[in-house]
Design a protein around this ligand. Structure first.
Ligand code: F6R
Length: 611
């Protein structure tokens, strides 16, 4: 949510900042801005809308020679929280008569009180943002040492921040600080970058320092030194980014979403690598880090997540019950800490998050830890806050996910949850034979998903048929109910078609009133003990004129179904993954046909770091 990039080094800063913003645009894209050190001044530009607008404004404002000048700058792409997406509200925000510039991700929770205090002292605010209060606090505290001023200001704020700050009077210096909002420093040869996401710096260097909460770094072209909020020095090691620059390129695909859908066989291969033991019929998950006895004592499992990650948890709920006989419940992370959650030390809490930064999931993790539960992270982004705060867990290894709509992270989350259920099941009631059969099925996942991808043209043809509809329903039972919810979410977020996911039997208890002739109803009717029940529910819809699109196992009789999306025959729990891939493609092609901005749907942002 919102993106920050800063550059200090020997190269012209403007192209680096604009290219970095482009990479970060998936995190927020309603306005953008930059500030540069230019001689003894700070200069800035802001624009409403996408980064391309800011780039155009840069070209119109400065000659090519002028654009080559500045070597130090900070920039931001915004997802509005306080105040509409307007130029005054866009970052950077300024203080000290334009001598200090600040870009900020996160929310300053006590900004109203700070603003009132500053206004009482005569400050005249030019924006509606919380960020401007922080900029002005830094300006107030500035006495020739930017980091000291930032420290003094940060001691007065409550809330979350990732910030980068420039001063007109300290050439070649960026101050970067974080609390609750990620920030990484790229350490190159004679240049350093500051970014909210490594995707923005990978083109320059793979050597990075991840800041921790409370860190305040002074960054110059060839030196990074870090202190805590009490100004005590801190050592942070330089690490290597685990992915290559091309992982954040579209690689010939029209959209990141399509690329990421197609990356799923490889992503699943990586998520499963070294984690299956078909001979023992179990999974090897070192990250669970708990002794077999501790695992055997787990009484209940709570799966926490938001959005797509919550849907993965809902598949997990079924898997833990069925394979391990453990009562599991998937809970909305945003709700968890407000309902006095019943968790105790015998409970396992699994926090599921692609980004590892989702504020609600993080808050739930903290609550669960406080209650003494064993908390594991199921996270994609290595080194993210949830991964670090949980301290133990299982990485997805899905690779960077840039498209706002999550695809490969979902299927890898489900795959890893199935591994966890298999592991726990084998320590309990699951026989070696059943475990081995499931391990074999899981190992086939890249191939199963590949088979769905090979049918993309058929799925696109089905998408054509209902791309003009404004409402759709998705129905499933058992673990496929979660896939129905996920399919509906994918469709609505990228194509703006209103879609609802339901338990297939639930429709007749109310929502069926909404069916009119031709309404698309997508039913998940793969081969399973409840397939015929689902098909019965589909019949109820057809009887009311709905157009039934069924996800069915290859070879199954589709008589009476209006359109079929085929998945290969496999275990019903495993089938959730190829079925989800079919629905991702369906949503993608509907959205493409409708001409929607697929990678950056309106109002959304990747990584929701505010509660
Ligand atoms: C939907 C989507 C979101 C995220 C949700 C949680 O396609 O991507 O619903 O799943 O914002 O994000 P993470 O998984 O990063 O915690």
């Amino acid at each position: 949510m919102c993106g920050i990039i800063g550059y200090v080094g020997g190269a012209p800063a403007i192209p680096v900042l604009l290219a970095g913003l482009k990479r970060l645009e998936y995190r927020g894209y309603d306005s953008a801005g930059l500030a540069l050190q230019a001689g003894d001044r700070l200069v800035a530009l802001k624009s409403v809308g996408k980064v391309a607008g800011l780039a155009e404004k840069t070209r119109q404002t400065w000659t090519p020679e002028e654009q080559q000048g500045p070597r130090v700058g900070i920039a931001h792409t915004r997802w509005a929280t306080h105040g509409a997406p307007t130029e005054p509200n866009a970052h950077p925000h300024f203080a000290a008569g334009g001598g200090i510039a600040l870009v900020h991700n996160g929310i300053i929770e006590n900004y109203r009180a700070l603003r009132a205090r500053l206004e009482a002292k005569g400050h005249v605010f030019v924006s509606e943002t919380d960020t401007e209060a922080l900029a002005r606090l830094i300006g107030e505290a500035y006495q020739g040492d930017l980091r000291a001023a930032v420290l003094a200001a940060l001691r007065q704020v409550d809330g979350a921040y990732g910030i980068a700050v420039l001063s007109r009077d300290e050439p070649g210096v960026i101050i970067a600080a974080r609390k609750g909002s990620p920030l990484v420093i790229g350490v190159g040869e004679g240049e350093c970058l500051v970014a909210s996401d490594p995707a923005a710096i990978i083109a320059h260097t793979r050597r990075v320092i991840y800041l921790d909460d409370g860190d305040v770094a002074r960054v110059t072209a060839d030196h990074v030194d870090i202190v805590d909020l009490d100004a005590a020095r801190i050592d942070r090691s330089v690490g290597e980014l685990g992915f290559a620059a091309d992982a954040v390129e579209k690689g010939g695909y029209e959209h990141f979403m399509l690329k990421e859908i197609h990356e799923q066989p490889e992503a699943l291969r990586n998520a499963l690598r070294g984690r299956l033991d078909p001979r023992q019929g179990t999974a090897i998950l070192a990250g669970m880090g708990t002794s077999p006895r501790d695992l055997a004592e787990i009484r209940r499992i709570v799966l926490l997540g938001c959005g797509t990650s919550l849907h993965a948890g809902q598949v997990g709920e079924h898997a833990f019950g069925e394979l391990a006989g453990i009562s599991a419940s998937a809970q909305q992370a945003a709700e968890f800490r407000y309902r006095n959650p019943l968790v105790d030390p015998d409970d396992l809490v699994v926090a599921i998050s692609q980004s590892g930064e989702t504020a609600d999931t993080l808050a739930a993790v903290r609550e669960a830890r406080e209650k003494g539960a064993l908390v594991l992270g199921l996270v994609n982004v290595v080194g993210s806050t949830i991964a670090r705060e949980t301290g133990r867990g299982v990485y997805l290894h899905a690779g960077p996910e840039i498209s706002v709509a999550s695809t490969k992270a979902f299927t890898c989350q489900v795959a890893v949850l199935l591994l966890m259920a298999l592991r726990l099941g084998r320590g309990r009631r699951l026989s070696r034979e059943r475990g081995a059969a499931l391990a074999v099925e899981l190992a086939r996942l890249p191939e199963l998903v590949g088979a769905v991808l090979a049918r993309e043209a058929e799925i696109a043809a089905v998408a054509e048929r209902f791309a003009d509809q404004e409402h759709a329903f998705y129905l499933g039972r058992g673990p496929m109910q979660a896939v129905a919810l996920e399919g509906a979410l994918k469709l609505k977020e990228i194509s703006y078609v209103h879609a609802e996911g339901y338990h297939a039997a639930e429709l007749k208890h109310g929502p069926i009133a909404l069916l009119t002739p031709g309404t698309p109803v997508v039913v998940l009717a793969n081969r399973s003990p409840i397939r015929d029940k689902v098909l019965g529910n589909a019949e109820e819809c057809r009887a009311r004129g709905a157009c039934v699109i069924a996800v069915m196992t290859e070879g199954d009789d589709a008589a009476g179904i209006d359109a079929v999306l085929r998945i290969p025959d496999c275990d019903p729990l495993v089938a959730t993954i190829p079925a989800a891939v079919a629905l991702q493609l369906l949503a993608y092609h509907v959205a493409r046909r409708r001409g929607c901005p697929i990678d950056q749907p309106r109002n959304l942002a990747k990584s929701v770091t505010v509660e």
